[in-house]
Ligand binder design. Structure first.
Ligand code: AMP
Length: 487
């Protein structure tokens, strides 16, 4: 996840999107990790790191920037030798303290070297870190992932695996992590299984990855999802699976299906693209509008717009073209740059839009900046009507489990009704998918209000874990009392 930048305690943004990848028992392991991380770049674009083990020692390399720009094949082969390696790609606020928060984290422990890469967010990391500091631990980063290392280091258990179980049992929140010791690669998912993690195989070499698209890129086969609460311990003698934590009803992040995961990934038996099309079809059933064309906000709105158009029997048109050489607008640091970013990123195609009644489809409205700009652009290009359809329920609450969302007060839907939002983004009509519509799209009959099948806290405010670091603070205001870290 992200970090609390050193020296900037008032930073109120949370940045924590990450992907992890590991391969064991494979000659030249690091180049495979580089490719795997390249496929996971959408989960975090600001920094990446790889740790390899060559049978004697560990090698660590971490950079700011895209994996393809910073890890060249030659440098990886020379500087990261070994037959086992893990890596991490992340979003970070960078700045002064940026690199020291880039994962994987590595430390020499009493039981040997240990590297860890983490996707998710630990919601009691700051509390645990303070306790460790009182007992003398020294932290070199502000990442919650370093807290995991310290808990492993200070565990009273004797064996490495027991130390790790001991450490992880102290944590609350979301963690899908990959660890590497001299003899083992370990994969763990928190008991709720909030973030994804899959097991793959490349000609007998086991792989752990956030998403299946990272297996495809190297021609590896998908073996299975790591189960919520499962720890897999991979050694030269094989793969052991244990369930060391108290069992809980799983609550996978439903937003991974809406936006975060790559459409060509399969998560828990569902293809993300197919789910997004189903979401679009549900949206059309719930709130169809008389219109001439369905236009996606690219790229995030494309699969849902296809589903909407098919269900509504309307033509699907690329009325907005995206320039792919600009980073995601959402993660620009200031409002002014974010505004600029939208102009840099999208352009309306007048030939398609002029005189047409347009249904515009996007996956979500966060601050409302993107929608406002896009709607204006579509009107300027001559559309006669603009009807916005959002392929998720209104985002009313911040995520504390590893998705980059701003504080609650900056979420448009937390301070405006749907009608007010429609006025704000200046559309002729605005509709969001219902929460039950979203559940139907992911192939559940409806949301079970007593025992929800997914983590949908960003839409419902129903957080499936305690949020210890936030206790006593106002979550509207100080969401960054949370430590950053994994991503
Ligand atoms: P906004 O302009 O703040 O309303 O942002 C909405 C846009 O951001 C939508 O087009 C989404 O596709 C995208 N988005 C939503 N959530 C995230 C996220 N966690 N990280 C990056 N982009 C996001």
């Amino acid at each position: 996840m992200g970090e609390t930048p050193f020296g900037d305690p008032d930073d109120d943004t949370l940045h924590e999107e990450c992907g992890v990848f590991g391969i064991f028992n494979r000659a030249d392991a690091a180049p495979f990790v580089t490719l795997g991380l390249h496929a996971l770049q959408h989960r975090g674009q600001e920094a990446a790191g790889i740790v390899s083990f060559d049978g004697t020692q560990f090698h660590v390399e971490r950079h700011s920037g895209h994996i393809g720009d910073t890890f060249t094949k030659q440098s990886v082969l020379e500087r990261l030798p070994g037959t086992a390696a893990i890596g991490h790609t992340r979003y970070s606020t960078s700045g002064g303290g940026g690199l020291r928060n880039v994962q994987p984290f590595f430390a020499e422990l009493s039981v040997g070297g240990f590297a860890v890469a983490h996707n998710g967010n630990i919601t009691n990391a700051m509390t645990v870190q303070r306790e460790l500091q009182r007992r003398g631990s020294i932290f070199s980063s502000t990442s919650d992932t370093e807290t995991i290392l310290h808990l492993v280091a200070t565990s009273a258990a004797r064996m490495f695996t027991d130390k790790l179980i001991d450490a992880l049992s102290r944590l609350e929140g979301a963690f899908s992590l990959v660890g590497l010791s001299p003899k083992k690669m370990v994969g763990v998912r928190d008991p709720l299984g909030i973030r994804p993690l899959v097991l793959g195989d490349l000609e007998g070499s086991p792989i752990l990855a956030s998403e299946t698209c990272a297996l495809d890129i190297i021609g590896a086969t998908f073996v299975r999802d790591i189960a919520p609460g499962e720890m897999v311990i991979i050694t030269e003698s094989g793969i052991e699976s244990i369930f060391p934590f108290q069992a809980r009803r799983p609550r996978f992040c439903i937003f991974e299906y809406v936006y975060f995961a790559r459409p060509d990934s399969n998560i828990e038996g569902r293809n993300v693209y197919e789910i997004r099309k189903r979401i679009g079809a549900e949206l059309a059933r719930e709130s169809q509008e008389a219109a001439d064309i369905v236009v996606p906000v690219p790229d995030s709105g494309v699969p849902a717009a296809i589903g909407y158009a098919q269900e509504a029997g309307l033509p699907f048109e690329l009325g907005i073209i995206r320039n792919h050489y600009v980073g995601r607008t959402f993660i620009q640091p200031t409002d002014s740059i974010r505004h600029m970013g939208v102009k840099l990123k999208h352009n309306a195609n007048r030939a398609i839009l002029e005189g047409r009644r347009v249904v515009l489809v996007d996956d979500s409205i966060v601050r409302g900046t993107t929608s406002q700009k896009i709607v204006q652009m579509v009107r300027d290009a001559g559309a006669s009507e603009v009807h916005m359809r959002i392929a998720s329920p209104p985002t009313r609450s911040s995520c504390f489990y590893g998705v980059d969302t701003p504080e609650k007060a900056k979420l448009l839907a937390s301070r405006m009704s749907v009608e007010e939002m429609a006025d704000f983004i200046k559309v002729d009509s605005l509709a969001f998918l219902s929460i039950d519509g979203l559940y139907r799209a992911v192939k559940e009959p409806s949301r079970n209000p007593l025992q929800p099948q997914f983590c949908d806290a960003c839409f419902t405010g129903d957080y499936p874990t305690s949020l210890t670091d936030l206790e006593g603070s106002d979550t509207n205001v100080r969401q960054l009392s949370l430590l950053g870290g994994a991503g």
